[in-house]
Ligand binder design. Structure first.
Ligand code: NAD
Length: 482
């Protein structure tokens, strides 16, 4: 059976303990590879490799760093099909989605930061009258840690690694143990692109073992983490006493506010996608849908009709819209929320059941599920489910819609459907979310700040925000005789 090895100092190596974890294919429930079950010793080896590589890499010219990042991007593009197939098999997502979104975005991350680093600059402040000139040196931090989740495996892994190495850091990175395959393949691509040994080290294993060892390592200077809010809280508690820099991208429970004056057809089409793309397992999916009363009845009927047409199937079938959930335990967690909804008096308008897919009978398939709720404080409306489950509910006024949108502990993204510019501005200012999409969803310009408010995280990724995170600002104040 294939072994998913660690990539340390430019070489593929077994975990020191020789222990392995089973890796499942969610589309058929079978174990198809073995993952290195690494611990603190493997992390130490990765750290040592990164430490040795740092002085040279941080002094490598911007042009050369940029050239290597762009080469990695090109190689990812060349291997699009191989990587997309690996992602679909490892994660359960439709191959069509991995081909169109996940892998192109992974190469875009390297291409974007390969270019961005050539444009990155810092400030200068002349203190007129004091005869001093200040300028900000932005230097790489050293060895940094990157930890990512399973929902967009290569996409989110590279979203951290690319700015970290572009800025001159060296990295110890851990992908999710649930979906390690494309991170494993990335090692080979980096070697082929000429990334010097030790600049990127990829260590596999569980959160409590390999992940915890990265966070606890006293010489790993910063942690860029994407994952659940509970894990983020634990990481913050562990890292704060060491004064590490932290970027935490956490959970969400994103609202869609749909007003009667919107472009209805466009809204309907996009809302189906924003609800169920990637089986609802995107932190940015709109899982709470609030609809203005005059169009509520029509929306309810049309939305159910459209969702009924989605084809649930094995990820490799080109017709499939909804693939498998990522794991058996996640499927069970999502199902448990459907039961909670029923207990709480929610009305299942569509879905709620497992699906058996021909020739993939043991896969983790679930119908897209629409639940009508009457109280926005119910658990299915407050807690992150992270699956193909949305709630819908009517509202009467803009104030009521805003109040319900903001009455959760999360604040990641939000989507607003309206053609009223004044309302767009009013709501954009008042809504508690790091991202407001208006008449669109998942539209991303990689230069923009990305991140959440409240329990959805701390810090921003994207563009120069990420390059600032991965550098230390040092003010140099020079006095001159005038
Ligand atoms: P998770 O928190 O369980 O795991 C994320 C990563 O953290 C994994 O690599 C895991 O091994 C590691 N980890 C777990 N415990 C750790 C520890 N003690 N120390 C260090 N690392 C540890 O999350 P998940 O289930 O993989 O992903 C789903 C969650 O991610 C959802 O809550 C989703 O909203 C969130 N998410 C957020 C964003 C965003 O940009 N805000 C994007 C995608 C996913």
């Amino acid at each position: 059976m294939q072994k998913i090895l660690n990539y340390i100092n430019g070489e593929y190596v077994e975990p020191i303990s020789k222990k392995w974890l089973d890796n499942y294919n969610p589309s058929n429930g079978e174990v198809y590879s073995q993952i290195a079950n690494s611990n603190a010793e493997d992390i130490e080896n990765a750290y040592q490799a990164a430490k040795v590589a740092f002085p040279k890499w941080s002094n490598t010219t911007i042009d050369e760093r940029s050239r290597i990042l762009l080469k990695i991007a090109d190689l990812i593009d060349e291997k699009l099909v191989e990587l997309a197939e690996a992602e679909a098999k490892d994660n359960g997502k439709p191959l069509s989605l991995a081909l169109a979104v996940d892998i192109p975005r992974a190469s875009a991350n390297f291409r974007f930061f390969g270019n961005a680093i050539t444009q990155f600059s810092s400030e200068a402040h002349e203190s007129v009258g004091l005869n001093t000139m200040n300028f900000t040196l932005r230097q790489p931090l050293g060895v940094v840690g990157c930890i990512s989740p399973w929902n967009l495996p290569l996409y989110l892994f590279t979203w951290k690694i690319a700015p970290a190495i572009a800025a001159g850091n060296t990295v110890v990175a851990k992908p999710s143990e649930v979906t390690p395959m494309t991170a494993f393949l990335l090692g080979e691509i980096c070697s082929e692109a000429g990334l010097p040994k030790g600049v990127l080290n990829i260590v596999h294993g569980t959160g409590p073992s390999a992940g915890q060892a990265i966070v606890e390592h006293k010489n790993i200077k910063a942690i860029s983490f994407t994952g659940g809010t509970k894990t983020g809280e634990h990481i913050a508690r562990t890292a704060a006493p060491m004064f590490k820099k932290l970027s935490l991208e956490l959970g969400g429970k994103n609202p869609n506010l749909i007003f009667a004056d919107c472009n209805y057809e466009k809204m309907l089409e996009v809302t189906v996608r924003s609800s169920f793309a990637n089986q609802g397992q995107i932190c940015l999916c709109g899982s709470r849908i609030f609809v203005e009363k005059p169009i509520y009845k029509k929306f309810k009927k049309d939305f159910v009709e459209k969702v009924k047409q989605l084809k649930i199937g094995n990820p490799f079938d080109a017709e499939t819209n909804i693939g498998a959930l990522v794991s058996k335990s996640h499927l069970e967690k999502v199902e448990s929320y459907i039961k909670i909804a029923e207990k709480e008096g929610g009305k299942i308008l569509f879905g709620g059941n497992r699906v058996t897919v021909k020739d993939f009978e043991n896969g983790y398939y679930l119908e897209p599920t629409i639940i009508e709720v009457s109280d926005d404080q119910c658990r299915v409306n407050q807690e992150e489910i992270f699956g193909p489950v949305v709630t819908i509910m009517p509202f009467e006024t803009e104030e009521e819609a805003l109040q319900m949108a903001n009455s959760v502990k999360y604040g990641l993204s939000s989507t607003l459907w309206t053609s009223d510019l004044n309302r767009t501005m009013r709501i954009s200012k008042k809504i508690e979310a790091g991202i407001v999409w208006v008449n669109t969803w998942l539209n991303r310009d990689l230069r923009t700040p990305f991140g959440g408010m409240k329990d959805s995280g701390v810090g921003r990724e994207g563009g120069f925000e990420a390059l600032r995170f991965f550098t230390e600002a040092k003010n140099v104040c020079i006095r001159y005789e005038g």
